[in-house]
Design a binder for this molecule. Structure first.
Ligand code: SME
Length: 162
């Protein structure tokens, strides 16, 4: 069994090391989508339980989310109506949604049987929820408040691109 305390310490150190990398990516001369993809790649590579990392962006007129850059298994869920699944609920609640075990959620859109847990953190630009970062994990209950704070940081940096 994993030594939880050491694991927690190490992952917080990893988040601290990644923060300047995220800023660096945001400040490169790439296009916005290239930067978002580079952020997905770095998170997927550096955080062992971030197995699918992607962005959805909101169309507020027809109340749908649209898949943006991502890394991980291909997904059929390129358009998600507000209210549907974990992502669709975050589009309406404007709050982080941490799902320790996807099996315990009724309103959940399954992408793959290997996914056990999920975290979705909204992306605010000038106070408007314009989309979200979505992370799927193959582990049960891996996400802590440290993940929430880190992903909020990532989204704040990304907000400057809009
Ligand atoms: N599981 C999500 C759907 C998107 S995939 O995770 C890529 C949901 O329930 O909203």
């Amino acid at each position: 069994m994993r030594n939880i305390n050491n694991f927690a310490k190490n992952i917080i150190m990893t988040f601290d090391t990644l923060k300047p990398k995220i800023k660096e990516i945001v400040n490169t001369s790439k296009t916005r989508d290239e930067k978002l993809l580079a952020i997905c790649q770095v998170l997927n590579q550096e955080i062992p339980y971030y197995n699918w990392v992607g962005f959805y962006f909101a169309n507020h007129e027809n109340k749908t989310l649209h898949l943006g850059p991502y890394v991980g298994a291909e997904t059929d869920h390129t358009v998600i109506p507000f209210g549907k699944g974990i992502c669709g609920q975050v589009a309406e609640s404007n709050e982080n949604f941490v799902v320790p075990d996807v099996k315990s959620q009724d309103n959940y859109i399954a992408c793959s049987l290997t996914v056990k847990s999920e975290i979705v953190v909204p992306l605010f630009v000038n106070g408007i929820n314009i989309g979200q970062i979505d992370i799927d994990s193959h582990e049960i209950d891996p996400f802590t408040e440290a993940d929430e704070r880190f992903l909020e940081f990532v989204n704040q940096e990304i907000a400057s691109l809009f």
